[in-house]
Design a protein around this ligand. Structure first.
Ligand SMILES: C[S@@+](CC[C@H](N)C(=O)[O-])C[C@H]1O[C@@H](n2cnc3c(N)ncnc32)[C@H](O)[C@@H]1O
Length: 240
């Protein structure tokens, strides 16, 4: 782990107080509770990652020139308005994943009957039991999820799943805190990235199409520095 990504605390307490639980025993459950609480205890529009309009993601998705049948997997989707926008554009094969059922329910309630146009999957990206069996997809979209995986084992599991699920010539959008970004989000330590680090993680079977830094303004007015990247999978898949 680079110095930039040094964790502020080794405690497994997601509220940054003291903690006596063993990571193996309780952390997975705690993280699920943490995210369910985050969405149930705050108004969606006040969440520190809420976007009224997900402009940078939509800008990159437009560049992929997908047809309306393309399968668009949004991992760690939270309560993002990106799903509303993708439905409005007319995409017919949208998949929304999150660890938190509470988050997915917020989008379902917001989009009403359109919820039937989306496949909803509660699953842990680092220990997938459901997504792993999904058909390969044309797009893997992640905003503000990968950076929560501080352990190498979690990052490896994430990229292994991504490699399994993205079709040859499919696209990957990853938006994470950049090296000037905050060291915590939602009270949790984050692992920050630059372009070179993401290219390395994606490996040889993907080529970088575009990347840019983006300053996001939180509902509180505070600023958060992100890097957005768009990758395309080469036609020939590497053996995993
Ligand atoms: C900061 S929020 C970002 C939500 C959304 N992508 C957005 O841009 O608004 C991080 C999201 O990642 C989800 N998440 C965290 N760990 C996860 C995991 N292991 N598997 C799936 N989702 C996870 C959380 O529940 C939360 O919704």
């Amino acid at each position: 782990m680079s110095i930039n990504n040094k964790k502020e605390s080794s405690s497994c307490d997601i509220n940054a107080k003291s903690c006596s639980c063993s990571k193996e025993e309780n952390f997975e459950i705690d993280l699920k509770s943490h995210w369910n609480d985050a969405y149930s205890k705050s108004e969606t529009k006040k969440l520190g990652w809420y976007e009224t309009f997900p402009e940078p993601s939509l800008q990159l998705i437009k560049k992929c020139n997908f047809n309306k049948e393309a399968s668009l997997l949004n991992v760690g989707v939270g309560a993002t308005t990106l799903i509303d926008e993708l439905i409005n554009i007319g995409y017919k094969n949208i998949i929304a994943n999150d660890l938190s059922l509470t988050a997915l329910e917020i989008i379902k309630n917001r989009v009403g009957d359109n919820k039937n146009k989306v496949k909803w999957i509660v699953d842990d990206l680092t220990k997938s039991k459901i997504l792993i069996n999904n058909e390969p997809v044309d797009l893997w979209h992640d905003r503000a999820v990968l950076h929560f995986f501080n352990e190498e084992t979690e990052q490896d599991a994430y990229f292994k799943l991504l490699n399994k699920l993205v079709k040859p010539e499919g696209f990957v959008i990853i938006a994470a805190f950049n090296l000037n970004g905050a060291t915590k989000c939602s009270g949790l330590p984050v692992y920050r990235y630059d372009e070179k680090m993401l290219i390395e993680k994606m490996g040889n079977s993907f080529e970088l199409i575009e990347s840019f830094d983006f300053t996001y303004q939180m509902p509180s007015g505070d600023l958060r520095e992100y890097i957005y990247t768009l990758f395309k999978r080469k036609f020939l898949m590497n053996k995993l």
